[in-house]
Design a binder for this molecule. Structure first.
Ligand SMILES: Nc1ncnc2c1ncn2[C@@H]1O[C@H](COP(=O)(O)OP(=O)(O)OP(=O)(O)O)[C@@H](O)[C@H]1O
Length: 268
């Protein structure tokens, strides 16, 4: 897989700019009593505007829970969340649905395309559902950026996995969302297709000013980000700016969740 863009291709980022999303004192507890699981145990975090931020950590460290709380897909037990100036924690279900439809974009590991619709129809589906007009110039810019110009009339089963995920990325971007949340966007792709999708996500940040938060297990995928956050046991335990696959691997190697410490012979 090719490595992340660096140097001249990268836009200088103002880390002092107002963040696009913020969480304070985030706690998420599943269940209660002795069987309670503390998926998030007090997280304070800011996600940069116009940045690609990756979230990494061992399995069960709380990555998906953090993303789902930030995106209004799950409610925190405690704490506050602000996304693009909106207090997400205080919203009712109707307001959360509206926030997700109008201000957020989503890319999942499964491409989640509608099989009976063409690529073009899949891309504009969220706008069509929200009865919002399609900005043709922006649609054309996004389609050109993902390199799908000659595939717009194809149905998902006529596209490769990488092309289908690029359709899903275009669908997430076409409404100009405040933030795109991507959960393991390359988890189902071979390394060449993954590189294409990651390159596109990074360019949409550098060239279109998009803000993206991406959960990944893959150090190479994380190296496409401007910043990588590391979770363990529901807490933020580290971060890297301008990561490389090697620096991400090194950081991951230094993180030992308490659950693993407790079962490790060395800890006995
Ligand atoms: N709906 C749920 N009910 C009970 N426990 C849950 C639920 N969702 C997550 N958990 C638990 O919360 C903890 C954090 O889960 P989460 O899925 O956020 O971790 P993750 O870092 O995304 O893991 P993975 O890398 O395996 O996807 C885990 O212990 C998980 O079992």
């Amino acid at each position: 897989m090719s490595s992340a863009p660096t140097g001249a291709a990268a836009v200088a980022h103002d880390n002092t700019a107002r963040p696009i999303a913020t969480a304070r004192g985030l706690v998420k507890t599943y269940g209660s009593g002795e069987t309670a699981v503390h998926a998030l145990a007090g997280v304070d975090v800011e996600f940069g505007r116009g940045q690609l931020t990756a979230i990494m950590g061992p399995s069960g460290s709380g990555k998906s829970t953090l993303m789902h709380c930030m995106a209004g897909l799950d409610r925190p037990t405690e704490g506050t969340i602000e996304v693009d100036g909106e207090q997400v924690g205080q919203m009712n279900e109707r307001q959360l649905t509206k926030l997700r439809r109008t201000r957020l974009g989503f890319v999942f590991q499964a491409f989640n395309l509608v099989p009976t619709l063409t690529a073009a129809e899949n891309i504009t589906l969220p706008l069509d559902i929200a009865r919002r007009p399609v900005d043709k110039a922006h649609f054309d810019a996004v389609v050109a950026a993902v390199g799908l110009g000659d595939r717009l009339g194809h149905k998902p089963n006529e596209l490769s996995g990488g092309q289908q995920q690029r359709v899903a990325c275009a669908r997430a971007l076409v409404s100009r969302p405040a933030v795109v949340f991507a959960d393991e966007p390359t988890g189902n792709l071979d390394s060449a297709s993954a590189a294409e999708v990651l390159g596109f996500l990074r360019r949409s940040v550098d060239e279109l000013g998009q803000s993206i938060v991406m959960v990944t297990h893959d150090p190479t995928a994380a190296s496409y980000a401007h910043r990588v956050l590391f979770l363990a046991d529901g807490r933020l335990v580290g971060e890297l700016l301008d990561p490389t696959p090697a620096s991400v691997l090194e950081m991951l190697g230094s993180i030992t969740p308490r659950t693993r410490q407790a079962t490790s012979p060395a800890a006995v």
